[in-house]
Design a protein around this ligand. Structure first.
Ligand code: FES
Length: 105
């Protein structure tokens, strides 16, 4: 699961961390990504002067404004979610039967 941490400290709250979180939740639902990404709050992430601080996985961002939520989501969140999804087996051939059980001949 990809974790998004949004600072809810006083400075980031004044700059719209609640609105940013709400919009990111809405986008996660819109894209049916529940269960693949989660959002948690954190107190001061030591970048107060730059705007809302956000961590996506291990990468930290600062100065994110609520009105940038959609662009941020599609450029920084979605690609990281996709890299965490294991590749699916697209092989359409039938499963190999157990050894010695080839079926009637
Ligand atoms: S209050 Fe958010 S980084 Fe300090």
């Amino acid at each position: 699961m990809l974790l998004i941490t949004i600072c809810v400290g006083s400075s980031c709250s004044l700059r719209g961390s609640d609105e940013l979180a709400s919009e990111l939740f809405r986008l996660i639902e819109k894209e049916n990504l529940e269960g693949l990404v989660d959002i948690v709050g954190a107190f001061c992430m030591d970048a107060c002067s730059k705007g809302v601080s956000v961590r996506v996985g291990e990468r930290e961002f600062s100065g994110i404004r609520p009105e940038q939520a959609q662009a941020f989501f599609y450029s920084e969140v979605v690609p990281r979610i996709k890299t965490k999804i294991a590749p699916r087996n697209t092989d359409k051939s039938p499963a190999t039967p157990p050894c010695g059980k080839e079926g009637p001949s």
